[in-house]
Design a protein around this ligand. Structure first.
Ligand SMILES: [Zn+2]
Length: 959
């Protein structure tokens, strides 16, 4: 893939106060056709047609536009792209539509606690400062508060003032000679206008957070059920300190999880589960006016009640950093880690690469374009001390995100744009005095030297007769071990993947929760000893999956055996380490996690779809229900039993020899004391066949402050074969662009519109998803529009020319050939074959062959069978509809029947059940038959017949 990005040195800080969100709106409008290519979706269509994608993003002081496509079409695309900056049309009629897109984007952002926090914090700055502004833009700032002519003029004025060549940076990537690239860039971009005008200077606002509002203690009501403490300081701008990155040095230590760290202390007291320190490098945290430095603590229930203790611990640790002073050896360690990481970094996708580089070009001198954001050039103890001194109690802002308030408080204030409810209190002078005087606790000390740092980065010699795909080197009753040495990417890295398969995981919802909790305990137990490994760029993760846990240990190969050995020992000892106090905290965390997921419409839609389709699938609601009854003993017992009966699939790839791999894996199995499964163990995930015709699962979203509806129309085909899969991919590729153009750009149904091929445990299907706002369109309307589109696809296929067919095939084959940018991609691809027990490692090649053989008549017939406009012999559809709620204030509370649970302030610990919508009356209105609506998922499921599974036989044979 080739890619290009253009970054303009202007963003929402330059919004006029009377039209907030203008910079973002300009970003959208620029892409709506140019003088040379006036069609509104000309560029988008071109890019999508050639296997690519494009997008833009508006930050505070920069706006970036980027795209990727096949190399062959780069220059044509570049020409179209450059015209947006030479002579964009930004027509009046496009305004109405793109304003809707901006509004949709804002509606989607509305339930996000992160965005709500950013906006709230911005409101604490002085009123005249550019940060105190609503950068998203919506129908209020771009429609209600401004007349059409004024907006139109402002739009063009803004572009003329700021979109000037001297403030633009471009990065282009493609496997084409530099001279040719350069010539093309020059010829495409040389007529971008240049007005030589300076950018606005925001430095005079550098004290914008020195306000009474900022230096307060805030209680903020979150959307999710969380309890987070955030302590924030507004430091001087550190943009020009990129060579020493003093704030990174401090966040490295404050966020440390090893022995003697802040988190280690808080975990032992069961006050917190995690700590994050520093800033996210986004423009609103890191800009020419200030740098925000935030410590975020994810509190336990206890911690939430004792937030002052946590704040004291933070200041105690800061006082340790001050007492010990900056340490050169720690800086050197960070410097070394970052520089090896840079040296051996795996290749990023072209589009990510150019996006980042075009932005870096705005901030660093040319010699540091590529390295400025990653490397540590010089040690500057004075700068570190300066920041530590700034991090004082009288300059801090505290926010506590929780539904629990002190008894004398109510959420009596409301942020203007997101409507975030909050209240505040002064930070007393006694508290400040106390925090200023606090000494380092005896538990605190600086980290020890990191034992996981790699010394030896050498590569294994190349072998002859090197196999193309992973080979199975061990197969016994507990283990299948696949291995492939890497000779392609040539980096000192290795990937150890384990699928720890246990029948326990599929037993019932309660066991599924136990598995989640087991993983939590393991991660917490490992943290202190293994956190330094993550600093040394080794990584380990555990993910509960369908049949057990997927464990991945990756990074520089040299120290991975040590790390895996440590993990094995912790696994063996885990049953002895589970304490009652930590159990309470973990259980609370899981309960909140399930809840925080199912209140999101998109998560709920996916969860319900899978819970209809898969047997032995436990939905978030079922798990939320089941977790309540779990006790400490049950977790301990589960941890004891887990490895007694297990089957492990393992894949190792990278710079590692067969002998090392065998030793490491066998040693792990011995350490965790793994025993074989019973011979009659049933381990297949089965999928239900949707009955012929159309069905709808329409339920009410749980969050009454979230207007987003999700409509996913899922169409099921049957057992997946390589042939029907590529046929489906062919059709999806063909309709992707028209789908976006019709449903999103023209009809403005919602900001998110996409189609995708679905492989559900070996059963093929496809889906079309639209995110719409409930106050704009009903889910029924969206479903109808999707069906209308499908009818259109029917026509597209009928008139599909050989030439077009040939082009699509060529694009698809190119995409297939683009796989594996780095070793991880290759490993993931092979891993998917192992996890599904399909083992078709040459799938890509097989798919390419099938694509070449595709015939137009076959594709038409295939499509005919699966939708209602053809012969529909195999038309099996479920429309998953999560209906958003209109904001309580604007709606009549009695719209919904009594007794339904609406999420409000209170929390994860209530019991929730689905609210099925769709009455017989609706059936008549929508002209559907009586069985159209699914009124109860479990009873609907009971009647369905299960497909035979592909992996069942294979797995059983091995045991
Ligand atoms: Zn946008």
């Amino acid at each position: 893939m080739a890619a290009a990005a253009l970054c303009v040195g202007v963003g929402s800080f330059s919004d006029p106060k009377e039209i907030q969100g203008l910079a973002h709106f300009v970003e959208h409008m620029v892409f709506m056709g140019s003088k040379k290519f006036p069609q509104e979706n000309d560029f988008d269509a071109f890019i999508k047609k050639h296997g690519g994608s494009d997008n833009g993003s508006t930050d505070c002081e920069t706006t970036t536009f980027y795209f990727e496509c096949f190399e062959k079409h780069l220059f044509k695309a570049l020409d179209k792209f450059a015209q947006f900056f030479i002579a964009p049309l930004m027509k009046r009629e496009s305004m109405t539509r793109e304003r809707e897109a901006v509004e949709s984007e804002f509606q989607m952002a509305l339930p996000s606690d992160e965005f709500r926090k950013d906006q709230l914090l911005a409101s604490f700055a002085t009123v005249d400062s550019p940060i105190n502004s609503f950068s998203w833009g919506n129908l209020i700032t771009l429609k209600a508060n401004v007349d059409e002519d004024k907006l139109y003029d402002a739009l063009h004025e803004f572009r003329q003032r700021h979109y000037s060549a001297h403030r633009m940076t471009v990065a282009v990537q493609g496997k084409i000679s530099l001279d040719v690239l350069q010539d093309n860039v020059i010829s495409c971009f040389s007529s971008v206008p240049n007005n030589e005008l300076p950018s606005f200077d925001f430095k005079k606002f550098r004290h914008c957070f020195e306000t009474d509002k900022f230096n307060k203690f805030y209680f903020v009501k979150p959307m999710k059920d969380i309890c987070n403490l955030e302590v924030t300081w507004a430091l001087p701008s550190l943009l020009d300190q990129y060579r020493c990155k003093p704030h990174h040095y401090i966040s490295w230590l404050l966020g440390h999880e090893g022995k003697g760290s802040l988190l280690s202390y808080l975990r032992k007291k069961v006050l917190a589960l995690s700590v994050y320190a520093g800033n996210g490098e986004s423009g609103c945290e890191h800009n020419s006016m200030f740098t925000l430095f935030t410590i975020t603590v994810v509190l336990t229930k206890q911690g939430c009640e004792k937030a002052h203790q946590v704040i004291e611990a933070i200041f105690s640790y800061i006082s340790l950093l001050k007492r010990e002073g900056p340490q050169k050896w720690i800086f050197k360690e960070i410097q070394r880690i970052e520089s090896t990481s840079f040296q051996f970094s795996e290749e990023e996708s072209a589009v990510d690469n150019v996006e980042e580089i075009s932005e870096c070009m705005q901030f660093y001198p040319p010699k540091d374009y590529l390295t400025g954001s990653d490397l540590y050039f010089e040690y500057n103890p004075e700068a570190i001390m300066m920041i530590l001194n700034q991090m004082s109690p009288n300059k801090m802002n505290i926010m506590l995100f929780s539904h629990n308030l002190p008894s004398d408080k109510t959420f009596d204030k409301k942020e203007k744009w997101f409507g975030t409810e909050y209240t505040d209190k002064e930070i007393s002078s006694e508290m400040i005095k106390k925090l200023e005087d606090i000494k380092p606790y005896p538990e605190f000390h600086l980290p020890e030297k990191n034992k996981f740092l790699t010394e030896n980065f050498s590569l294994l010699p190349k072998a002859e007769n090197h196999p193309k795909y992973p080979q199975k080197i061990i197969q016994n009753s507990v283990l299948e071990l696949w291995y492939r040495r890497d000779q392609k990417f040539g980096l000192p890295l290795a990937y150890y993947y384990f699928y720890l398969i246990t029948p326990l995981a599929m037993d019932n919802a309660q066991n599924s929760c136990l598995l989640d909790m087991y993983v939590d305990f393991l991660v917490i137990e490992l943290a202190e000893e293994c956190y330094p490994a993550t600093l040394a760029e080794l990584s380990y993760s555990f993910e509960p999956f369908e049949k057990g846990i997927i464990m991945k240990v990756t990074g520089y190969d040299e120290k991975l055996p040590v790390l895996i050995d440590i993990i094995g020992n912790y696994i063996r000892n885990l049953p002895n380490t589970i304490t009652e106090e930590m159990f309470v905290a973990v259980k609370d965390k899981e309960m909140k996690k399930y809840y925080n997921q199912f209140i999101k419409p998109s998560k709920l839609a996916k969860d319900l779809r899978l819970s209809i389709l898969q047997n032995k699938y436990f939905s978030l609601l079922e798990k939320h229900d089941a977790v309540v009854n779990i006790t400490t003993d049950m977790v301990t017992d589960f941890a004891r039993k887990l490895f007694k009966k297990m089957y492990i699939q393992c894949l190792v790839q990278g710079n590692v020899s067969e002998n090392v791999v065998t030793d490491v894996v066998m040693n792990f199995i011995k350490t965790v004391e793994c025993g074989p499964l019973d011979s009659n163990t049933e381990l297949a995930v089965e999928v239900a066949q949707i009955p012929l015709g159309e069905h709808c699962c329409r339920v009410l979203s749980f969050n009454k402050n979230d207007a987003n509806s999700i409509i996913t129309n899922y169409y099921q085909l049957g057992l997946l074969t390589i042939k029907n899969c590529v046929t489906m991919e062919f059709i999806m590729h063909m309709i992707e662009e028209p789908l976006f153009d019709i449903l999103r750009t023209k009809e403005q149904l919602g900001y998110n519109v996409y189609c995708t091929v679905r492989d559900t445990c070996g059963i093929l299907g496809y889906s079309i998803t639209v995110n719409a706002q409930v106050n704009k369109y009903s889910t029924e309307h969206v479903d109808q529009r999707i069906e209308h589109f499908i009818k259109h696809v029917h026509k597209l296929l009928k008139t599909l020319s050989n030439k077009k067919m040939f082009e699509i095939k060529k694009d698809l084959i190119k995409i297939k050939n683009c796989v594996d940018i780095d070793l991880e991609d290759e490993v993931e691809r092979n891993w998917a074959e192992i996890v599904t027990s399909e083992y078709i490692f040459d799938r890509v090649q097989k798919e390419i062959n099938e694509i070449q053989n595709l015939k137009v008549s076959e594709i038409r017939k295939f499509w005919d069978n699966i939708n209602q406009y053809g012969n529909h012999v195999n038309y099996r559809k479920i429309s998953m509809q999560i209906v958003g709620q209109t904001n309580v204030e604007n709606s009549d509370e009695n719209t919904f029947e009594e007794g339904i649970v609406q999420v409000d302030a209170k929390n994860a610990s209530q019991k929730y059940s689905l609210r099925y919508l769709g009455t017989l009356e609706d059936c008549r209105k929508e002209k559907k038959n009586e069985s159209y609506f699914i009124k109860n998922i479990p009873s609907f499921k009971k009647k369905l017949h299960l497909y035979p599974t592909r992996s069942k036989a294979k797995l059983l044979n091995k045991i």
